[in-house]
Design a protein. Structure first.
Length: 320
């Protein structure tokens, strides 16, 4: 829940910034504020306490990553690796500084120290060494005093002692180098995965476009009379006559020209043209300089004007 709240806050602010088109300074400030608030929300929900240093570190890393990556798409694997390395190094450095400067995390302290207030603070646990509640000036307040025998205020392990040695330039550099290496590798890996997904999408799109969109005369809106004339021309000239264009996709008007794709030789094509339906406008220019109402596309493989039939567009095939 904490991570979800953090993501919701950061995502909402990034979306608002992207939609508003504000300048770079305001965008960085918004990223800083969103990261800080998101980290605070995550800590409050997940841990019950909020560390100011950790919250600011969250804001800084969010702002730094926004500055490094921006809103543009990555253009190459090298760019992804370089930006990933820069992001990893800076993020690791910021988190290291936050760790060495922040107080001991509340989760590593005893329950009495984590307590922030409430009725439970009015009761003192029994001292096992003395068999009774020892005198303590804090009794009756909203905090615990020292509890002899329970070792309150002592870390659960010596791990905190090791992590609280203070700032070390060597450790700082190690953290940044480790972050750079892992960040660069992650950036390159995610870029490669993204490219693979894009390639898969393009492949699916290409495959869908290759679907044959052959139609029947009825589906294309070709009348029975016109369909019979076209069929007779295909049979008489022994070639495929394919209706394409507006007459095949159903968008033709009564005056639209007819577009035909024919697979026969030049003599076959000319013979069929004389008996095919044609429109009253458009098409090739006739010998009088007017519209012929008909267009012929060459499907004979040995012709210099040959062009393949585009099967992913509507067409109606008439075979001899």
């Amino acid at each position: 829940m904490g991570a979800a709240a953090n993501g919701a806050i950061v995502g909402a602010v990034k979306g608002a910034v992207a939609g508003s088109g504000v300048g770079l300074p305001l965008a960085i400030a918004a990223d800083l504020a969103a990261g800080t608030l998101g980290s605070m929300a995550e800590q409050a929900i997940s841990e019950g306490v909020v560390d100011a240093g950790k919250s600011i570190a969250g804001g800084l890393t969010n702002a730094v990553n926004g500055l490094i990556y921006g809103n543009g798409a990555l253009q190459s694997l090298g760019e992804a690796a370089v930006k990933g390395a820069a992001s990893g190094a800076l993020t690791s450095g910021i988190n290291y500084l936050a760790d060495v400067t922040s107080p001991q995390p509340a989760a590593r302290r005893s329950p009495g120290i984590q307590y922030q207030g409430g009725a439970a603070g009015m009761f003192r646990p029994r001292d096992p060494k003395r068999g009774c509640v020892p005198s303590d000036p804090s009794i009756g307040s909203l905090r615990y005093g020292r509890d002899y025998g329970y070792q309150y205020n002592v870390p659960v392990s010596n791990e905190d002692d090791q992590s609280r040695r203070g700032f070390s330039p060597v450790d700082f550099v190690k953290e940044m180098l480790t972050g750079a290496v892992t960040g660069g590798m992650a950036g390159a890996a995610f870029y490669g995965a993204g490219r693979a997904v894009s390639a898969l999408k393009e492949s699916i799109k290409s495959e869908s476009n290759s679907i044959n969109r052959s139609r029947t005369p009825e589906e294309a809106g070709i009348s029975v009379f016109d369909a019979r004339r076209i069929q007779n021309a295909a049979t008489r000239t022994n070639q495929d006559v394919v209706v394409v264009g507006s007459r095949a996709n159903g968008t033709a008007t009564p005056t639209s020209d007819w577009d035909y794709y024919m697979t026969g030789k030049s003599s076959q094509r000319h013979s069929a043209t004389s008996s095919l339906p044609r429109g009253t406008s458009g098409g090739e220019i006739n010998y009088l300089g007017g519209d012929s109402g008909i267009d012929i596309f060459v499907g004979y493989p040995n012709s210099p004007n040959y062009e393949p039939l585009i099967t992913d567009k509507p067409h109606v095939i008439f075979k001899p």
